[in-house]
Design a protein. Structure first.
Length: 514
């Protein structure tokens, strides 16, 4: 991606580095005709351009949904669904991988008499929507669930915060919600500033009412803020392959940067017989092992032993690794997912993607709850079920702490590239959870709560997908992603009051996300 394609939204994206720098800036042809198009003949019909923001029709980079994913049938089905449901509108499909191609589409549409746009975020960080929104024509911004959800949440938060009236959004697994929202193009004909509000009314009407949020009993004996702060001062986070120059977490927790080479050296020294024993235990304990060989499991176990050794050598009880860049760049021989799984089950912290802030948040919540592990995720919001889905390729299967009951888990390939080994933890439903991020740079704590409703088996995107119904206003839950980034840390337990007490002791302000 060229620097000129980054646009004004780049600074708010956060930790995933645009998922490999929007690696797909490579040549998808803008305004290329797509299958499934039925053109209208009658004059006077509205002409709506559908722009699919994606890397390539057949995905050629590791990213959500996954390497090799074929968007062709998906786009064809969407085109047909819209055309069949709304024959009074002429839909003009195209696709683009970045801002430059989006600009070319917009310029061509000046002559084509296009009345508005549907921008479908199919991959995470393709900078298409901001360019299209700048036309000031009505724009329906749509998340392709478990495909474009990260970019959708971040870009959409920017639109909401900016108060642009011409942009409405759909975040739903139910295609009927897309069709209902698309009917608003006619409502806003001649006045694009009304479009966002019209779509919002339809979305609210179609979002189910809050369900029964009564949860299963789960008492938590919270640790005092003073004791939590003492434990945090005694903690240390190792940040492996940290890409930035500054840290953002909880100021009490020291952070030490180390390189990939040091971690790799410890992994190479790991006892292979011990690694094979651990791998055999994983295979025996998992409900399913699919697509992962014994050798890959042993490599993952050696990675785990290397992490333990370097943590012991450096006096750390938490480690976070720039795993995507490390594995894709050949600096790591295995993903750390199963190692993180083991560390979190044992009461320590293994945190994804060198996310220091989330690692510090996990340490704080672990100390606050007497050992309950935090679960880092890339959340997805589905208004059709009134749910937030916490998705990532690793999670503990001891959500109530090392002494608590275990839930089933599966070992699968890492989702984005279908390589290595990762974890699908089938987390228990019916419990209250508390989702937080501690921000030392702003002295704020972001928080929302949700009742767990089950595990989504959808094959797209990350393996563990804990679905939950948020407490409060799901519409408000769309608003903070540009300021806080995509990651959140979820912990089992009704912890709003203990978190507030800890925030007060730290001098932080609590910000309710829903």
């Amino acid at each position: 991606m060229k620097e000129s394609d980054r646009g004004p939204c780049a600074g708010g994206i956060g930790r995933r580095d645009f998922v490999l720098g929007c690696a797909a800036g490579a040549g998808v042809a803008g305004a290329m005709a797509l299958p499934g198009l039925v053109r209208a003949e009658k004059q006077g019909r509205m002409r709506i351009r559908i722009v699919y923001a994606l890397h390539a029709v057949r995905q050629d980079v590791p990213d959500w949904p996954n390497l090799g994913f074929d968007f062709g049938p998906v786009m064809e089905q969407i085109n047909h669904a819209l055309t069949n449901a709304l024959p009074e509108i002429e839909f003009l499909p195209a696709y683009a991988s970045g801002a430059a191609q989006a600009e070319a589409i917009v310029l061509g549409d000046l002559l084509a008499g296009v009345d508005g746009y549907i921008v479908y975020q199919m991959n995470g960080w393709n900078l298409v929507a901001p360019t299209i929104a700048a036309t000031r024509k009505p724009v329906l911004f749509v998340d392709y669930t478990y495909g474009g959800s990260g970019g959708f949440l971040v870009f959409n938060s920017i639109f909401l915060r900016s108060g642009v009236g011409n942009v409405g959004f759909v975040s739903s697994l139910d295609q009927a919600d897309l069709i209902a929202a698309a009917k608003c193009f006619e409502t806003a004909r001649g006045d694009a500033s009304r479009f966002g509000a019209a779509v919002a009314r339809v979305r609210r009407e179609r979002t189910p009412a809050a369900g029964d949020l009564t949860c299963r009993p789960d008492p938590v004996a919270a640790v005092s803020p003073a004791e939590v702060m003492r434990r945090l001062r005694q903690s240390k986070i190792l940040a492996v392959g940290y890409p930035g120059v500054s840290f953002a977490g909880i100021g009490l927790v020291p952070v030490e940067k180390i390189g990939f080479a040091e971690l790799a050296a410890y992994g190479k020294k790991a006892d292979r017989d011990q690694a094979r024993e651990i791998a055999a235990r994983w295979r025996q304990s998992a409900r399913v092992v699919e697509g992962v060989s014994d050798e890959v499991l042993a490599d993952s176990a050696a990675m785990y032993l290397g992490m333990k050794a370097v943590m012991e050598r450096r006096g750390a009880n938490a480690i976070t690794i720039n795993c995507l860049q490390g594995f894709y760049g050949g600096k790591m021989s295995a993903y750390p997912c199963l190692g993180f799984f083991e560390l979190c089950n044992a009461g320590q912290v293994g945190a994804c993607e060198c996310d220091v802030r989330s690692a510090a948040t996990m340490l704080a919540m672990n100390a606050l709850t007497g050992g309950r592990p935090g679960y880092i995720s890339d959340p997805v919001i589905d208004t059709s079920r009134r749910q937030i889905v916490y998705a990532h390729c690793v999670s503990s299967n001891l959500p109530f702490g090392p002494a608590g009951p275990a839930n089933p888990f599966e070992i699968l390939t890492h989702s984005e590239d279908r390589k290595g080994a990762s974890v699908r933890s089938l987390l228990p439903e019916g419990y209250m959870t508390t989702t937080v991020e501690f921000g030392a740079e702003t002295k704020k704590v972001l928080i929302h709560q949700a009742k767990t409703m089950g595990n989504d088996p959808n094959d797209r995107a990350c393996r563990t997908k804990l679905a939950a119904e948020p407490v409060g206003d799901i519409e408000k839950l769309f608003t903070a992603w540009d300021r806080w980034g995509w990651h959140r840390v979820t912990v089992y337990g009704d912890l709003a009051e203990p978190v507030s007490a800890l925030a007060e002791a730290l001098g932080y302000k609590v910000v309710k996300e829903a």
